[in-house]
Design a protein around this ligand. Sequence first.
Ligand SMILES: Nc1ncnc2c1ncn2[C@@H]1O[C@H](COP(=O)(O)OP(=O)(O)OP(=O)(O)O)[C@@H](O)[C@H]1O
Ligand SMILES: [Mg+2]
Length: 451
Amino acid sequence: MSNLPTTAERGSLEGAEADTEAARASRRSEERLNALLHALPDLIFRQSLDGTYLDFIVNSPEELLVPPAALLGTNIRQMPIPAALIERMLAGLRRAILEGTLEVFEYELEVGGRLQHYETRIIRSGPEEAVCIVRNITERKRAEERLRQQDEELRRHRAHLEELVQSRTEKLLQTTRELEERQMQLIQAEKLASIGQMAAGVAHEVSNPMSYVLSNLSTLCQYVSALTPLLHLQQELLVAQGSMPLAAREAVLARIEALWKKEDAASIVDDMPALLQESMEGARRIKEIVQSLRMFARDDSGEAQLADVNTELESTLRMVWNELKYKCTVERDLGPLPMIRCHPTQLSQVFTNLLINAAQAIETTGEIRVRTRHEGNEVVVRIADTGKGMAPETLSRLFTPFFTTKPRGQGTGLGLSVSQSIIARHQGRIEVESAPGQGTTFTIRLPVTRA
Ligand SMILES: Nc1ncnc2c1ncn2[C@@H]1O[C@H](COP(=O)(O)OP(=O)(O)OP(=O)(O)O)[C@@H](O)[C@H]1O
Ligand SMILES: [Mg+2]
């Protein structure tokens, strides 16, 4: 496209070469070119090096800054365009004509009272001229601006969402921390409640052996006072040896014999070993109970430690024995178990609650079976009772905090929910099987982790 065919040129072409084949071909090609040029929405100008308009095709005359008739022969400097833009266009024109470059630039211009965006392309079309194609890109610019705004909106939205997620995560973490703290407080409160529940029983357990130890000691004191004069008389005889006159010796012997009979020393001597034995037994029992109490009072809220579940169960059974002994027999079937890493006091708290629940479920008399096994990689503890069992509605709410069927003031309803959270802290499970009148079996599974 070196020259835009003008109307005059088109007329002369028709006259001169009408009858030759080449002319017809050239005309057809020209027609196609014309159609193409007139189909383009752009303003197309031919301009000389100094910016004079030589020719143009304008398919949207409303875009022109001067009437089409006034354009030919006019110089760009006479156009109502800002001076800076004119200089830019002239510079582009010069570069395109003299250096053969394709010049492309965008600018804004007020046309018909509205700001429009244009893209101009300038390309050399002869030794002293170039073709300028001016395209209105206002719509494209607006679409780009809309897209940019949408992008910005999206970015703001995303940032807001991220902020929201961040703040929710922080809140969630905070709530989790608070929940964990509350759970520990609940465990602690339940522990205090079980201690309270046990205190009376423990006092009884201690007072029983203590009272017979005391009574034995008082009998032993009487025995000692009865035997002391006899021992003194024996001592007299031993010290005097052969130097004592016969009559005096016989008098001492007679006193010994009389005293022996009077104090019934034979039965005292017989009775003493049994009394001592029984007192030793009582003292040992008290020592055991005190030790169990000390174990229960241990604070193992921190680091887990290696412990034997059977030992913990035995110690718990000793502690709660007073609560159980009037109503039930306890059958122990404790299998060999590996040591596990756990919080022993907390496990003891779970066993206490299960054993006391079992005893409370037995209305008159019954049996509690405690069984431990090492199954696979788990320590399994089963506590079964022959108590009244549970209806499905009780079973479904069993682990809900404060759920209790016991009379006011008797149960807090925290035992099982706290037990469940303790077992969960040990990565274990607690399961229950029960039916009304069929007794209840609780099964605790604890993973064996030694590390
Ligand atoms: N072995 C069981 N047999 C029958 N019912 C049981 C048994 N263990 C628990 N329950 C039922 O589950 C309820 C909740 O038990 P949980 O130990 O959580 O609380 P509680 O024993 O009522 O009160 P707390 O343990 O605080 O003294 C009990 O009130 C009881 O109805
Ligand atoms: Mg309970």
